[in-house]
Design a protein around this ligand. Structure first.
Ligand SMILES: [Zn+2]
Length: 107
């Protein structure tokens, strides 16, 4: 692997680790068995809108162009990102177990 490719691969690994750490932090506070104190409640009140904003940002980036394709993926809309989000948000009871399995398999 050439040095530039290696550096890019390292950067992608660091980016992925940073994103995963943020999600791990959010998940660990929400799955605590202890009663939440005011600090936990304040953190949740800050975190939930941030996570919703992330989803809204993804939807914004994957809007349909006038020609009918996704503005980011350049495939027919709804693109795989929007289709996946729609399924997860509309049918979480059926979609979450499979997603949870996939996520934990990747870790
Ligand atoms: Zn897309």
């Amino acid at each position: 692997m050439d040095p530039l490719t290696s550096a890019v691969a390292d950067a992608f690994t660091l980016l992925r680790q940073d994103l995963c750490q943020r999600l791990d932090d959010a998940e660990s506070s929400s799955t605590s068995y202890e009663d939440w104190d005011e600090e936990d409640i304040d953190a949740a009140r800050e975190l939930i809108p941030h996570l919703v904003l992330v989803l809204r940002g993804l939807l914004l980036d994957h809007q349909m162009r006038p020609g009918g394709e996704c503005r980011t993926c350049s495939v027919a809309w709804p693109c795989p990102v929007v289709a996946l989000m729609h399924g997860l948000l509309k049918d979480p009871e059926n979609q979450f177990p499979a997603l949870t399995h996939r996520v934990h398999k990747e870790r």
